[in-house]
Design a protein around this ligand. Structure first.
Ligand SMILES: Nc1nc2c(c(=O)[nH]1)N[C@@H](CN(C=O)c1ccc(C(=O)N[C@@H](CCC(=O)O)C(=O)O)cc1)CN2
Ligand SMILES: NCC(=O)N[C@@H]1O[C@H](COP(=O)([O-])[O-])[C@@H](O)[C@H]1O
Length: 225
């Protein structure tokens, strides 16, 4: 079992968790998923974890006095698995400052927009409402401010004339899987890391997010080197 330890936080169907598991299984991602954590016991990600025999913890916010108490309980369980990286893959809770600072520089989030445009929720509908021609997804470091952390990489998607929030989500999903796997692979492989609030790739500070095609190319070059 590879040494790089990943904890996944999710609230939804778990397709990004499944993408990470596929990448691990076929040798593309040198890591192990040491735990899956959620605020929704009935979500797909927890079901996938349990089917695969992975350590899974789901704690409902309504069972706790407040956000801080829920955060403390869930992230205490996250800390127990001693992750090298925490991947928020559709985790739909705003994480408290205390928790973010506890795992500083070790937590990333997959966000369904081209940040800094459209932080928060309902991004597909907001892109359409704004009449934007381009949509996409970002992988960024989690900081206390919502969806405001430095972005490692992005993938873009043209908005079509007949697109709906649902069709955008469907067309973006496979691109998100590729983006999240590529970013997680770069981090697990030691090529991407956070330092002083900036991403370094191969030791060079990024002054703008990598495009997914460029990141893939960089990692292919290394693979053949
Ligand atoms: N402190 C941070 N916490 C989280 C971040 C972050 O960057 N900093 N990223 C989010 C992920 N996210 C978007 O990518 C996101 C998650 C949740 C929400 C939100 O408004 N949640 C509500 C509840 C919504 C619901 O239950 O449907 C809430 O927590 O009150 C916005 C954006 C992960 N956390
Ligand atoms: N604000 C965070 C957010 O909306 N994240 C989004 O949740 C989905 C999770 O899909 P999955 O459950 O199939 O992996 C993904 O589309 C991700 O961008």
């Amino acid at each position: 079992m590879p040494g790089f330890r990943i904890a996944v936080l999710a609230s939804g169907r778990g397709s990004n968790l499944a993408a990470l598991l596929r990448a691990i299984g076929d040798g593309r991602l040198p890591a192990s998923i040491v735990g899956v954590f959620s605020d929704k016991p009935g979500c797909g990600a927890i079901a996938i974890a349990r089917e695969r025999g992975l350590h899974a913890v789901a704690l409902r916010p309504r069972d706790y006095a407040d956000r801080a108490a829920h955060d403390e309980a869930l992230f205490s369980a996250v800390g127990d698995v001693q992750p090298d990286l925490i991947v928020c893959a559709g985790y739909l809770r705003i994480i408290t400052d205390t928790t973010v600072r506890r795992f500083e520089d070790r937590m990333i989030n997959l966000h369904p927009s081209l940040l800094p445009r459209h932080p928060g929720l309902d991004t597909h509908a907001r892109v359409l409402a704004a009449g934007e021609a381009e949509h996409g997804a970002s992988v960024h470091a989690v900081i206390p401010a919502l969806d405001a952390g430095p972005v490692l990489a992005q993938v873009r998607l043209d908005v079509g004339v007949g697109d709906t929030p649902e069709s955008l989500a469907d067309r973006l999903s496979p691109r998100e899987h590729a983006l999240l796997v590529a970013c997680t692979t770069a981090i697990a492989g030691g090529r991407a890391r956070l330092a002083g609030g900036r991403w370094l790739f191969d030791g060079q500070a990024l002054d703008q997010p990598l495009r997914l095609d460029a990141l893939d190319q960089l990692q292919r070059e290394t693979a053949h080197a």
